[in-house]
Design a protein. Structure first.
Length: 105
C-alpha cells in the first residue's frame, strides 16, 4: 500500500490517489471536514470510507468510478438478461397486487 498524502489529495482529489492508499480513520475524517461531508464521528472506518467517497461523488469531486473503491467484486454482478442473478419482479408484483385485491374483498 502506498503512503497517502492528504494535503495533495485535498488540493486535487482523484480516484488514483485513493486507490491502493492506506488511509487512517483520522484521514477520512479530515477529508470529510474539509469537503463539508456530514458524518457521524462514531462510524467505523469502513463505513466512514463509504460515506466520504459517496459524498465526494455526490459533490462531483470524484468520478462515478470511485464507487469501485467501496464496492466488493460480488456486488458488481451485472443484471444481464438470462443471468441467474436477475430477478423477475413482474410476477411478484402481480401476486402482491392480487393478494391486496383479495384482502380488500
Amino acid at each position: 500500500m502506498s503512503r497517502f498524502d492528504i494535503t495533495d489529495f485535498i488540493a486535487n482529489p482523484t480516484v488514483d490517489k485513493l486507490e491502493g492508499a492506506d488511509l487512517r480513520k483520522a484521514d477520512w475524517k479530515t477529508i470529510a471536514d474539509h469537503f463539508e461531508i456530514p458524518i457521524s464521528r462514531s462510524l467505523r472506518k469502513d463505513r466512514l470510507k463509504e460515506v466520504v467517497i459517496q459524498g465526494l461523488i455526490s459533490s462531483e469531486l470524484l468520478s462515478d468510478e470511485a464507487v469501485r473503491l467501496i464496492t466488493s467484486p460480488g456486488d458488481l454482478i451485472e443484471n444481464v438478461v438470462g443471468s441467474p442473478f436477475q430477478l423477475d419482479t413482474t410476477e411478484t408484483v402481480s401476486v402482491e397486487a392480487k393478494t391486496l385485491v383479495d384482502l380488500e374483498r
